[in-house]
Each structure stands twice: as structure tokens, then as C-alpha cells.
Write a protein that binds this ligand. Structure first.
Ligand code: UDP
Ligand code: MN
Length: 279
């Protein structure tokens, strides 16, 4: 590779995918994720949870990591999980760290194309800002003083990716439990803390990438023809249909009762796909 050429030939196994989950979602969200994502799970997906589930691990063959963090939905518990995700990524030697929640679907071919357009040794932070302006926070400084800080961060619910080069630079504030201390300094959740470390402490900027989507967006407006170009898509759970449909149980107005899933568009032969796929 010449020094001017930032592209690199990247393979899926170079990406460390961290999925955040919790005990109460093992039988619902995680089970669905495993059923659909199976062909990739062994290679590079690590599931970070808060309890042992030997049965699920054996049954599915996926790597479940018990973070021993609390199962509460608190800032401390979520930062504890992110801290373990970070350490495991560093240990893994993989080139990219991508984080998703357990209610999000990664369109892997598209994500691979995106990451291949950079080099993992560059400083790269990709994701969707959750606000249309930088967040304003107060940073705790020495002698109990506070300094205002402003920065962008990628919303964790939509997923984000960080290059290894940048992740290594985050180490003083992120590794071996330091992430939790850093989060306490600004008293913000895990995804904001990532933004704080990168933008404020390292002076690297978030590349605003609007093809990452959380389920909080109105995804019904996403044109079906563009789904496979997205990087992540949050999914809906539809109780009416009696089971969980992956992401985007897209019920098209002109085709009542029909639905498609991103996974089925990508892999029409996968289990759980409706027999007919109308593109
Ligand atoms: N989560 C967690 N502990 C909890 C509740 C949720 O780790 O006690 C995880 C959950 O598995 C998901 C993320 O946090 O990956 C966001 O949770 P959820 O989708 O329930 O909430 P949202 O913020 O999207 O409304
Ligand atoms: Mn969610």
C-alpha cells in the first residue's frame, strides 16, 4: 500500500462487532439476532451481556461475554459494558470496532464497503449524531471545578465504528476501567463518553454518517430500494404479528400483509424469510 492510498482490502473478519444486550433480552432479541446473523457470528461478533447463559452459548456457538456489569439500565452499568467492549476489542487485534445495540441490524456488505474506504490506522469515528447540534456538557476539572465542553457524538442506538488507530489513542481514558472514570467526569452515558474522549480529549472529529439508523427514527420513510446501502437499521418489534420481525418489518401500503426484512433482501434463502420477496 502506498502512503497516499487510504483504501485497504478489508474482510469481515477484520471487524469486531460488539452487540450490547442484557439478560432479559436473551430469549427475544438475541435469539432473533442469532437466527439471522448466524453465518457471521462465529467470525467476529461478540455479545456483551450481564449474566451467564451457557445453554445459549452452546446452542448457538456464539461468543457470549458476561461483563459482570449490573443489569440495570443506568449510566454506570452501560459504561461498565462499554468499557469491557473496548478492552476486548483491543485484545482482539481486529482492525475496526463497531458497536450496536441488540435491536439493530448491520448490513454487513455495506458496512464493509464503508470501512474499506478508510484505513484502520487512520483516526476514524463514524456514526450518526443523535442531535443536530453538539452536546453541551460540563467537564469536571481539578479542585472540583467545572468547564463547559461542546462536542458531537454518535448515538449508540444507531451503531458506530472506530478505527483501531483511533481506539489505541483512546486507551488512557478508555482501557481497563478508565472508561468508567472518564464517564463520571462528564456524567453522561456511554455513547456520549466515547464522543467526549474522541472529540474533546483527542481532538478528532466524528464523521457524520446518516446511513446508520436507530429504531427511534421513522424508518417507514426509508425507501426500500435504499435499504441495502444503509449501514445499520434499527428494528421494530411487532406484537401484532405474533413474533419479532427483524428490523423493518416493512408493511407496504400497496402490498398489505406482505413484509420484507433486510436480512431477507440480502439472503433470500435464510430461514424465517417469507416465501415471496417482492423487491
Ligand atoms: N440494555 C442493557 N441493560 C438494560 C436495558 C437495556 O444493557 O437494563 C441494553 C439493550 O440490550 C440495548 C440497549 O441497552 O442494547 C438499549 O436498550 P433498549 O433498546 O431497551 O432501549 P432504548 O434506549 O433503545 O429505548
Ligand atoms: Mn433500543
Amino acid at each position: 500500500m502506498s502512503s497516499n492510498d487510504v483504501h485497504e482490502s478489508l474482510e469481515l473478519k477484520d471487524i469486531f462487532i460488539a452487540v450490547k444486550t442484557t439478560k432479559k433480552y436473551h430469549r427475544s432479541r438475541l435469539k432473533l439476532l442469532i437466527e439471522t446473523f448466524q453465518q457471521y457470528l462465529h467470525l467476529q461478533t461478540y455479545i456483551f451481556t450481564d449474566s451467564e447463559d451457557v445453554a445459549l452459548g452452546i446452542q448457538s456457538g456464539v461468543t457470549l461475554i458476561n461483563t459482570n456489569c449490573s443489569a440495570a439500565h443506568t449510566r454506570q452499568a452501560l459504561c461498565c459494558k462499554m468499557s469491557v467492549e473496548y478492552d476486548k476489542f483491543i485484545e482482539s487485534q481486529k482492525k475496526w470496532f463497531c458497536h450496536v445495540d441488540d435491536d439493530n441490524y448491520m448490513v454487513l456488505p455495506s458496512l464493509l464497503r464503508l470501512l474499506s474506504s478508510y484505513h484502520h490506522s487512520q483516526d476514524v469515528y463514524l456514526g450518526r449524531p443523535s442531535l443536530d447540534h453538539p452536546i453541551e456538557a460540563a467537564e469536571k476539572v481539578k479542585n472540583n471545578g467545572m468547564t463547559p465542553v461542546k462536542f458531537w457524538f454518535a448515538t449508540g442506538g444507531a451503531g458506530f465504528c472506530i478505527s483501531r488507530g483511533l481506539a489505541l489513542k483512546m486507551s488512557p481514558w478508555a482501557s481497563l476501567g478508565n472508561f468508567i472514570t472518564t464517564a463520571e467526569k462528564i456524567r453522561l452515558p456511554d455513547d456520549c463518553t466515547i464522543g467526549y474522549i474522541i472529540e474533546v480529549l483527542l481532538d478528532v472529529h466524528l464523521t457524520h454518517t446518516y446511513l446508520f439508523h436507530s429504531h427511534l427514527e421513522n424508518l417507514h420513510t426509508l425507501p426500500i430500494g435504499t435499504v441495502l446501502q444503509q449501514f445499520t437499521v434499527g428494528f421494530f418489534f411487532s406484537k401484532q404479528l405474533g413474533f419479532f420481525l427483524l428490523f423493518y418489518c416493512l408493511i407496504q401500503a400497496q402490498l398489505p400483509g406482505r413484509f420484507k426484512t433486510v436480512h431477507c433482501l440480502l439472503y433470500p434463502d435464510a430461514g424465517r424469510c417469507p416465501e415471496q420477496q417482492n423487491h
